[in-house]
Design a protein around this ligand. Sequence first.
Ligand code: GDP
Ligand code: MN
Length: 510
Amino acid sequence: MARLHEYQGKALLSQHGLAIPKGLVITAADDAAPSLAAIGGSAVMKVQAWVTGRKALGGVRFVHTAEEATRAAADMLGMRFGLFPVQDVLVEELVDIERELFVSLTIDDAARAPLLLLDCAGGSGIEDRASAVARIPVSVTDGVDADLLRGVFADAGIEPGQHDALVTAIDTIVATAQSVEARSLEVNPLVVLKDGRVLAADCRVTIDDYAVFRHPELGIEIARELDHPPTALERIAYDIEQADHRGTFYFAQLPVEGVEVSSGLVGFHGAGGGGSMMSMDAVTNEGFTLANFCDTSGNPSVAKVYRAARIILAQPSLQGYFGSGSGVASQEQFHSAYGMAKAFNELGMTLPVVIRLGGNAEDRAVEILEDACAGLPATIEGYRKDDTPAFCAKRFTALVEASDGPTSSDLQRSVPAFVGSAAATSIAIDGGHVWIDTEHCDADLTGRMAGWSSGLLEDDGSGCPQLAVALEDAQAADSEFITCEVECLRAGRPVLFVDLPIAGLDGEDA
Ligand code: GDP
Ligand code: MN
């Protein structure tokens, strides 16, 4: 689920007519004092982070002077939650609270309908009082039954004079959630002030990932569960996923800064949910620290797996690359082997690699991976479904221990000299170019390239490969060309190269 920050959720509530405290968002400590002055001399300052119980963690502070505000802002902007840094602090007007209510609108999956959770005691500690929370059904067409609400308010001893304002507030919360297709919208607390006004004092919203595209106004960059604002690499990965719908590619970085690494930092490449989890456990049990989670599954294209491997290896300080997912994948595993083999060759891989390629055509996949990478400085081993994740993780430990310590920070992509040369033939494809070193082709190799490229190339009698299909048909054939590239490598005749620069990584736009 994509999440919004408190201040963003509050802005939505405010647009729909629910009052919120006056507030300003700052991103630098120097802005704290002016903001405090603008708000009226006293304020509550709150880190904007996706964690619960910020107050207990020092993420909610009350300030009354410019010095206090500056210090609080500096402290907060230096905080990390899940080791991801706080980037925004909300400076908000202090309000005189008489009563706090817990209001949460969620989707009840079993009932396939929205459900309102309401606790008139509200505030912190709500998690320990689950049984006291009223569960009120919400109609998609008619909203909440006001009489039901009034009954709950009366039982909690809320004076009737406050009921109307609270019913209106809850109606607004429901309407706001509906308008942005929220998966959940929680206001904890919804406060009644001493002067009788009702305000949203906190707000957490998650948006249904599949609805995000209908709401560009929310400015959500990545429609996925992330506990931190997207990193540069996650943005690049998401762009790749959005541009290529063949299979799925998911990439998220894990907090590593400040984490004590015992056995080493590892780039992880999973394929398929459950198997990936087991594999992550296996490599973690060996004492390794995972730098990321990545999944390529659902029949990903060769090009997508190639790009995933490149993204994983763009993370600094990795000491190895561990790939393992579902042991019985129905997708043909050699497509993944081709993609990874290309990435490892382009980078002149120096880090140890273990890839478990269990599933359909696994023997062929392992052979391709190991054979295509045989000339690289690193040891690269492929395994099959009968090799357990635990066994593969042990092999990985042995390889890392035997390695003399290169890290991914030293890796650099290189392309063959014939790329861009006037003597080479080039074919424009989606995302880049295919380059063919025609000078070093001959009739025999060209014949084989026709097969490796699934017939995209042919020998026109000159002994050099020519495009056998229309340009438009070649355009989307990145995967077939990569397959041909890797097979040329295996044959010891690297005459074809697919140049697919990754925007944001390779310093040029694809
Ligand atoms: P959370 O701990 O992350 O849920 O952060 P909240 O924004 O909900 O703040 C925690 C608590 O601080 C609330 O339940 C209130 O009790 C208190 N609080 C927040 N804003 C104000 C305010 O303006 N005035 C007063 N008196 N208390 C506040
Ligand atoms: Mn709260």
